[in-house]
Design a protein around this ligand. Sequence first.
Ligand code: 13P
Length: 257
Amino acid sequence: MRKKIIAGNWKMNKDIHGTATLIQELRDRLKDFRGGAEIVVCPPFPSLVVAKTIIGDAPIRLGAQNMSHQDDGAYTGEVSASMLAAVGCTCVILGHSERRQYFKETNELVNAKVKKALAAGLTPIICVGETLEERESGVTDAIITTQVRGVLHELSSGEIEKVILAYEPVWAIGTGKNATPEQANDVHRHIRKLVSQMTSWNVAEKLVIQYGGSMNAQNAAVLLAQPDIDGGLIGGASLKSDAFMTIIQAAAEAVSQ
Ligand code: 13P
């Protein structure tokens, strides 16, 4: 049984005060949590240090939402993998569709970032997903194949073993319209098969593939019950501690069944 990992992508929400409040609330709610799912929060850059301090010894991993593909130097406005590791991040979201859409990130650039993240000891949470137009034209699997092959290009099996993939259909992000459990699981299975061809079944079977796109307190349990859905990358519903906690509980229950 693969572990389930629930990650909150806060996007451009919560300043340091809002971060402190939300993490404190999560800490309080986690006091009764018996485990069974891994938890990650990804606040904006200026909140990472405060987030780390308040997380303390709570079972919450800290992640960032993006990073540079460069190590250091004259890259105004950028943040490196080692800087994230130094403030206590253990994860970083890479290739989110909002970065692809608004900041023109390509599979090649995401691939370069993945390599830097791994070299710094960070777990990359790498996002892939089709647009509505692509789904309606029946090219979902082809798009996902290109993205997965692109972002994992030239990675060894040992490196691929360390990544998390997140399937986020673009049409489901922030729309309130989630993929059905079957639609999501079909793509997850496709991704796992593809990764098995690039590595081995052994690696593919252990790979954590999260679903993201309007996952919330109501639909999390059915999505997480699918055999190939190993967690969630949550946007809107990760900004409220009660909703996020319900999703975490649903993941823990899915593992125990
Ligand atoms: P929503 O959960 O708000 O749809 O966002 C999903 C997402 O983009 C997570 O990375």
